[in-house]
Design a protein around this ligand. Structure first.
Ligand code: URA
Length: 216
């Protein structure tokens, strides 16, 4: 896991397999099917990394040989919350890893003129004691990511219960995110160079939602 001195709560998962798969995703001729599969595979690998520090407790079980205080994840387990619509491409991978997780949805689209997030749907599981993994592949301006965290925090979820999982981020977006939510950890596979005039990440991979769903 790599860090950037500018962004104390940003963690870059630089595992070679993740980097290799991301390069395939960036290539413009990669098919929708392959793009989707790679996103799922990367998310599973990132999910493994980001859940490394989840608190454990013990539960008493009977093995065939003895009674054992066996380690299990503490609290009410996890909720996965994709930010619609591109976040759906990541929640599938996370569910492969954590099949019993609850799934919420936060629907936000980016106003093409103002680049501000417009909310159209929020559905969440019960909030107490859960760790929430918010996912959205692209943190460009950072506005949608900030908004998604706002949605959880306005309902009483604490910073340390939230993990934000992205694929590619721009420094501009991470600055906005970090200023708004300095206590929330954010993970990505790559911190790219910059945003262009249309708020696309450069070099990026284009519009993640369009590439996942094969839309234009
Ligand atoms: N959203 C995307 O899907 N891609 C970008 O580059 C920026 C925002």
């Amino acid at each position: 896991m790599k860090q950037d001195p500018r962004f104390p709560n940003l963690f870059i998962t630089n595992h070679p397999l993740i980097q290799h798969k991301l390069s395939h995703m960036r290539a413009k001729d990669t098919s929708t099917r392959t793009f989707r599969e790679l996103l799922k595979e990367i998310t599973l690998l990132m999910g493994y990394e980001i859940t490394r520090d989840l608190p454990l407790t013990t539960r008493t079980i009977e093995t065939p040989l003895m009674t054992l205080d066996a380690p299990v994840i503490a609290g009410k387990k996890l909720a996965i919350v994709p930010v619609l619509r591109a976040g759906i491409g990541m929640s599938d991978g996370l569910l492969n890893l954590i099949p019993s997780a609850r799934v919420g949805h936060i629907g936000v689209y980016r106003d093409p003129d103002t680049h501000q997030p417009v909310e159209y749907l929020v559905r969440l599981p019960d909030l107490a004691e859960r760790t929430f993994i918010l996912c959205d592949p692209m943190v460009a301006t950072g506005n949608s990511a900030v908004h998604a965290v706002d949605v959880l925090k306005s309902r009483g979820v604490k910073d340390e219960q939230i993990i934000f999982l992205a694929l590619v981020a721009a420094p501009e977006g991470i600055t906005v995110f970090q200023n708004a939510h300095p206590g929330v950890k954010i993970y990505c596979a790559s911190l790219d160079s910059h945003l262009n005039d249309h708020a696309y990440i450069v070099p990026g991979l284009g519009d993640a939602g369009d590439r996942i769903f094969g839309t234009k």
